[in-house]
Design a protein. Structure first.
Length: 130
């Protein structure tokens, strides 16, 4: 169980981790003196998927400068790219064998979320953009 505060609205939310899915965000830890440390957090929980062999999915080239392509991407329909603090930087539709242009992204490390045709998150991968 956790409690989250939305810094934009101030709303507090109680919840639990999803059974299947992925979460990105910033974790701020405060002690009783008001000292705050911030950490980028990524949490993945993939329960099952009968359509795609999760371990076979590969982003290539990685590292890259301009484009990425997926191997073993038969069931992948969507690619979302997040920076390390959890901000979504790009979302693109995907079809088997498609070459995806990411030249507009800055050089840094990204988290890539891959979804299947049913909207299920099937994998999360690290991407190094040069």
């Amino acid at each position: 169980m956790f409690t989250l505060k939305d810094e934009n609205t101030g709303n507090m939310t109680n919840g639990t981790y999803p059974i299947s899915g992925e979460s990105f965000g910033i974790l701020k830890l405060c002690d009783n003196t008001g000292f705050i440390n911030s950490y980028a957090v990524s949490s993945s929980c993939i329960v099952a998927n009968n359509n795609t062999e999760i371990d076979d999915l590969v982003i290539c080239p990685n590292p890259t400068t301009d484009v990425i392509q997926l191997r073993y991407d038969d069931d992948i329909s969507s690619i979302s790219i997040f920076n390390v603090i959890g901000r979504r930087k790009s979302t693109m539709n995907h079809s088997k064998g498609k070459v995806n242009d990411i030249s507009i992204l800055r050089a840094e490390i990204y988290l890539v979320r891959l979804q299947n045709r049913d909207g299920e998150i099937v994998s999360a991968k690290r991407l190094f953009k040069q």
